[in-house]
Design a protein around this ligand. Structure first.
Ligand SMILES: [Zn+2]
Length: 305
C-alpha cells in the first residue's frame, strides 16, 4: 500500500493555482488590487507570525508590502479569493515585522503542528517560489538582470539579444525504505553524519543528471550502504520546498543482509525489526520528523506486521 499523499505536509493542492490567469497581467494586477485579496509576506524564508499564526496582509499593509517587495507572486485562488506572496527579505527583521504587523518570524517547519494542512502548504509554496526569485536575479547565459513574468512563475532575461526564460527550479531526491530479504521483516535505517546520537532514519539522496528515479535509488543504496536492491517500488511523493526539494518515496528489497556504510554521509546502518522500532518509538525516540515522508514510510511499514 502506498503512502496517502493527502496526509503528507506541504502538498495537497489546497490552493487553486489558476495557471491560466498568469498570462494575463492586467487581470492579475486587478486581482492584486482587489478588496478580497490576501498577501503572504515572508522574510528570508521565514513566515511572519502573530503569536504562532502566519499573518496574511490586506488593505494598506498589503499595499505597503507590495511597494517594498520587488514583485508580488500570484499563488492562486484560496476558496475563490486571490492569494499573493511578497518577499520582505530586503528589510531588517524589525522593519519586516513592523510592516506586516507581526510579532516574530518562524520557519514553517517549526509551526507545522499548529497549522492547518492548507496553511502549511501555502506557506511552503510561497517560501519555495520566493526563494527561487532571490536566486534567479541574473541570467546564467549572458549575466544580464532578469525580471518576473507570468505573475511570478517565470523570470526572463531583459537583455535585448538574449531573453532567456527561467523556470522555478525543483531538485528531486529519493528516500527509500529498504527491507531485508527473508524473515523476520526488517528495514534498514542509518545514522547520518551530523544527526544526533542514536537518531536513525531511512536512506535518501539527490537524483543526478541522466538518472531515472529508480536508477538513483539503486545507486544511492549501493554507494551509501553497500546494498544492492531489487523490487524498487514507488510509494508516494512530498513537496519539500526547503529550499527546492521534491521527496520521492520508494521501497526496495536488499539482495543480501550485508551492509557497508561509506563512513562519510552515513556513520552506521543496520537492520531493525518492527518490534525494535516500536520499542524505540515507545521510549520517546520518534521515527523521523512527523512532517516528513520518512515518518510515513516507516509507520506504513510498521502497520503491516
Ligand atoms: Zn541573458
Amino acid at each position: 500500500m502506498r503512502v496517502d499523499d493527502a496526509v503528507l505536509a506541504y502538498g495537497g493542492g489546497w490552493v487553486d493555482r489558476a495557471g491560466a490567469l498568469r498570462a494575463d497581467p492586467e487581470r492579475v494586477a486587478a486581482l492584486l488590487a482587489g478588496p478580497g485579496t490576501r498577501v503572504l509576506a515572508l522574510w528570508r524564508d521565514h513566515c511572519l507570525v502573530a503569536g504562532e499564526a502566519p499573518v496574511r496582509l490586506a488593505g494598506d499593509r498589503a499595499a505597503q508590502a507590495r511597494a517594498v517587495a520587488d514583485e508580488a507572486v500570484f499563488l492562486g485562488l484560496d476558496a475563490g479569493e486571490p492569494v499573493f506572496a511578497v518577499d520582505l527579505s530586503g528589510l531588517t527583521e524589525d522593519a519586516a515585522r513592523e510592516l506586516a504587523g507581526a510579532t516574530g518570524v518562524a520557519d514553517v517547519r517549526t509551526l507545522v503542528g499548529g497549522l492547518t494542512p492548507a496553511e502549511a502548504a501555502t506557506q511552503a509554496y510561497a517560501r519555495g517560489l520566493l526563494h527561487w526569485h532571490r536566486q534567479q536575479r541574473y541570467c546564467g547565459t549572458c549575466g544580464g538582470p532578469t525580471e518576473a513574468r507570468e505573475a511570478g512563475h517565470v523570470r526572463r532575461c531583459v537583455a535585448a539579444d538574449c531573453g532567456r526564460l527561467f523556470f522555478p527550479r525543483i531538485e528531486p531526491a529519493i528516500i527509500v525504505l529498504v527491507e531485508a530479504p527473508g524473515s523476520p521483516g526488517r528495514c534498514l535505517l542509518a545514522r547520518h553524519a551530523g544527526a544526533p546520537e542514536g537518531a536513525y532514519s531511512t536512506l535518501a539522496g539527490f537524483v543526478e543528471v541522466g538518472e531515472s528515479l529508480e536508477d538513483a535509488v539503486r545507486r544511492e543504496m549501493a554507494e551509501e550502504a553497500g546494498v544492492v536492491v531489487t523490487d524498487v517500488a514507488y510509494q508516494g511523493s512530498q513537496a519539500w520546498p526547503f529550499p527546492a526539494g521534491l521527496m520521492v518515496g520508494f521501497r526496495a528489497t536488499a539482495a543480501s543482509e550485508e551492509v557497508r556504510v561509506d563512513g562519510q554521509e552515513l556513520l552506521e546502518a543496520r537492520w531493525f525489526t518492527r518490534a525494535e522500532l516500536r520499542e524505540r518509538s515507545a521510549a520517546g525516540r520518534p521515527l523521523g520528523r512527523v512532517d516528513s515522508i520518512d515518518h510515513h514510510l516507516l509507520h506504513r511499514w510498521l502497520a503491516e506486521g
